[in-house]
Design a protein around this ligand. Structure first.
Ligand code: NGQ
Ligand code: ZN
Length: 447
């Protein structure tokens, strides 16, 4: 039986619940749910596990050949050129635009992997946290929930070479970094959580990683880029005698508090090791495709019981639909099979993808997100049930239709901490934020 478009449905761990809608108390879901519902099809907001906000300004600008062997590393040069031009004002303008786009697409929490710390020449701003504050302000003003991950970035490669001129604004010594962390941590509130990211094993020497972990609180989210490129795996093998994930699992206390970003190139032992550790892998399928990274071994990882979520990373796309869809499609193209993320016969691929990405939300973000249960964050999205995409849909079809049918935005309304920030597909400040973004980007790109 198809569901009437005015029915009330709420997505829970057990699947769709009929005639229910979240009730709100203090920004969280109250028990019990509002009986009868509100006539919407409601899902938890999607956590975005990986973002470099400034890169939104270069989406579509690195798609012209610069070298016959263009790669991740030549893209990185283009990215560094634009990174060099940001100041706190332009970072605020670009991040605010990005966060509006995320909310309109159904992402309600963002993990911001932030390393653009200092002035372009590497000297600290008068307020050393000025760039971080720009991100905090953009999140507050747009209403997105933020897990801010100031990034420790110390060296330019596994050989410990010093930072290049363009990397200097990313760098800290441990003392300065811990000061920044302390400043930000003091600002935590109901929608801001502060964790830490290690940029990569290239950028953080072994003893600095241990010293940082010893000095930081034990219960914060920890994120790291790892094993994204074959060159990185080779350099790690040459210098540390182990592959990046192999090295990390042997030398750091990797557990459920950790999120490994990309983890593209893995052996069978590494797949099993990450799954056993309880860590989350943050997959960014559209960016990984755009940068020519390679394909994550999803099927083996799911079979091992591994946790995962998605991120929009460089923001060449800002859409949970596209991340989840391409996560599945990459596997299909490689295996020449279909319905790869499904758990068994009759299982819906869309529901398997949705369950997977929501299940890691709380541990990867350090916030009570990913589920509309009592005490969890009142962060939800309402689908546009009037769309022809849902014609004739039964309950068990809704998520597959959302994720695998066309490109019209199907998120109608969005709430964060119980507050509505998007209605009828439009963020409350969409125009003003876009106007400010246009001015900022024109300046960033001017010669
Ligand atoms: C980043 N981005 O830090 O923005 C990286 C590129 C690097 C991605 N890996 C720079 N997608 O890894 O050195
Ligand atoms: Zn990244």
């Amino acid at each position: 039986m198809h569901i009437p478009s005015d029915a009330s449905l709420m997505w829970t761990r057990a699947g769709w619940r009929r005639d229910a809608a979240p009730a709100v108390e203090d920004g969280c879901v109250a028990a019990p749910p509002a009986a009868g519902g509100n006539g919407g099809w409601v899902l938890p907001g999607i956590p975005n596990l990986h973002s470099h906000a400034f890169q939104r300004a270069m989406a579509g600008l690195a798609e012209r050949q610069t070298h016959p062997q263009d790669s991740f590393w030549t893209w990185r040069e283009a990215m560094y050129r634009i990174a060099a031009r940001f100041d706190p004002d332009s970072l605020y303008a670009v991040a605010a635009q990005l966060y509006v786009e995320m909310l309109e697409a159904g992402f309600t929490t963002v993990c911001e992997f932030h390393y653009l710390h200092h002035a372009p020449d590497g000297s600290a701003y008068a307020d050393p946290a000025a760039m971080s504050q720009a991100l905090v302000a953009a999140a507050r003003d747009t209403g997105i929930r933020l897990t801010l991950l100031p990034v420790l970035y110390m060296t330019g490669g596994f050989d410990r070479r010093p930072l290049s001129a363009r990397q200097r604004r990313f760098g800290h010594d441990l003392e300065g970094f811990l000061r920044l962390f302390g400043t930000l941590r003091a600002q935590e509130d109901a929608t801001l959580r502060v964790g830490v990211a290690f940029h990569s094993l290239r950028a953080v020497p072994a003893e600095a990683l241990s010293a940082a972990l010893a000095a930081l609180p034990a219960d914060i989210p920890l994120h790291i880029h790892i094993a994204e490129q074959v060159g990185e795996v080779q350099d790690c093998l040459a210098v540390r005698n182990a592959r990046p994930v192999e090295w990390l699992l042997a030398n750091a206390p990797v557990d459920a508090g950790w999120t490994l970003v990309h983890a593209t190139h893995l052996t069978a032992d590494e797949v099993a090791g990450i799954a056993r550790s309880g860590a989350t892998v943050a997959l960014c399928p559209t960016t990984e495709a755009n940068l020519g990274d390679g394909l994550f071994p999803l099927r083996d990882y799911l079979a091992a019981g591994g946790r995962w979520g998605v991120g929009s990373d460089s923001h060449i796309s800002v859409s949970p639909v596209e991340e989840l869809r391409w996560l599945e499609y990459g596997q299909r193209l490689q295996a020449r099979r279909r319905n790869m993320a499904a758990g068994g016969e009759g299982d819906s691929v869309g529901e398997a993808l949705l369950r997977g990405t929501l299940a890691s939300g709380a541990q990867a973000t350090g916030q009570p997100v990913g589920e509309l249960a009592p005490g969890m964050a009142a962060d939800w999205i309402v689908l546009d049930t009037a769309s022809p995409v849902f014609a004739g849909a039964r309950e068990q079809d809704v998520v597959d239709r959302w994720l695998f049918s066309g490109n019209r935005p199907l998120v109608r309304d969005v709430y964060v901490a119980g507050e509505q920030v998007v209605s009828d597909g439009r963020h409350r400040d969409r125009e003003a934020i876009a106007a400010r973004y246009r001015v900022a980007v024109e300046r960033l790109l001017a010669d």
